[in-house]
Design a protein around this ligand. Structure first.
Ligand SMILES: O=C(O)CCC(=O)C(=O)O
Ligand SMILES: [Fe+2]
Length: 326
């Protein structure tokens, strides 16, 4: 098992803007407990949807993936927010669902993961709150907008992660850490990256679809993109300027991934309405957050403040009237 990043991994990251480390984390130790938590989240979600009349069965004889597919198909909802450990960028209410369970918190502090991260950003590591679990059901069964017919989630557009945070984080050494919790082959909608694109600077992102952004093809060519099929245990590190997207989930299985971000302590996260925390500090170990309850409470407090404020904050800098977006 790989434990920390090697010189050659760091060289590849510098050169290509990403590096894929196979078998970097112990699946049984870190990922299995998260899946157990998600099973209970799904159980509560099913009861909630049944009670409110949006599904007619709990589907509780099915395993996690199949159960989720049936529930999403019948309710015609992605239900993604029930599992996510971040908040949405708009329309936050006091009862917006989210899940900040202890197994998810443990994952964010996973020693193998932080050892890897340390090789890229140093030993003073802040968990940036730009983070998600992405649970994508097969597109054939995915929820659609009843008016336009568009998929409610679908594949991820071409973007750079620096493009989806506020400009205050442009000088932040933000590192994206992406890994699957299920097998994510090409057919499940794995990530694709454009090697070397991180050397081209920040590209203009254009508003695309509800809440989405996309770098236009003529701004960020992607002929050279390579797909990165991955298995649980593998970890992908992505530079904040690397152009990437995901393929559609054309399989008949659910595709689950985490995307986390870390930056050196003290640098702006680019999303300060959401709470981050000190994941590792060799200088001040006592400043590390070790209590999952405290982490969960910080998110509940952020949700309360954003719901009270009653307006949507700006989460990115882009406007549809940029000349290249026309
Ligand atoms: O998993 C996905 O579909 C997209 C993830 C992504 O863009 C990221 O982790 O930065
Ligand atoms: Fe991304």
């Amino acid at each position: 098992m790989n434990t920390s990043s090697s010189r050659s991994e760091q060289d590849q990251f510098e050169r290509e803007g990403y590096v894929l480390v196979r078998g970097a984390i112990d699946v049984n130790r870190w990922i299995t407990p998260i899946m157990r938590e998600y099973e209970s989240v799904l159980g509560r979600l099913a009861e909630h949807l049944l009670l409110s009349g949006r599904i007619t069965s709990l589907y509780d004889d099915l395993p996690f993936g199949e159960r989720l597919v049936e529930i999403c198909a019948e309710s015609n909802e992605t239900n993604a927010q029930f599992f996510d450990f971040s908040l949405p960028q708009a329309g936050i209410r006091h009862d917006t669902p989210m899940w900040h369970g202890p197994a998810v918190f443990d994952m964010l502090r996973c020693a193998e993961l932080l050892d890897l991260v340390e090789g890229f950003i140093g030993p003073e590591i802040y968990s940036n709150p730009v983070q998600h679990v992405r649970i994508k059901v097969p597109e054939a069964r995915e929820a659609r907008d009843p008016v336009t017919g568009a998929l409610k989630m679908g594949a991820t557009n071409w973007h750079q992660d620096n493009g989806v945070v506020l400009p205050e984080a442009d000088d932040t050494q933000m590192l994206t850490v992406w890994f699957p919790l299920t097998h994510v082959g090409i057919e499940h909608g794995c990530l694709q990256v454009v090697p070397g694109s991180h050397r081209r600077g920040l590209m203009t992102h254009c508003p695309a679809g509800p809440g989405g952004l996309q770098v236009p093809e003529h701004v960020g060519p992607r002929d050279a993109a390579i797909p990165l099929p991955m298995d649980p245990g593998d970890v992908l590190l992505v530079h904040k300027l690397t152009l990437h997207n995901s393929l559609p989930n054309l399989s008949d299985e659910v595709r689950i991934s985490f995307d986390l971000r870390y930056n050196p302590i003290g640098q702006p996260t680019g999303r300060d309405a959401f709470p981050g925390f000190v994941a590792r500090s060799r200088r001040r170990p006592e400043s590390e957050l070790r209590d999952p309850e405290e982490w969960s409470r910080a998110w509940i407090e952020a949700r309360r403040q954003l719901a009270d404020a009653g307006y949507d904050r700006a989460f990115n800098r882009w406007r549809a009237d940029e000349p290249v977006c026309a």
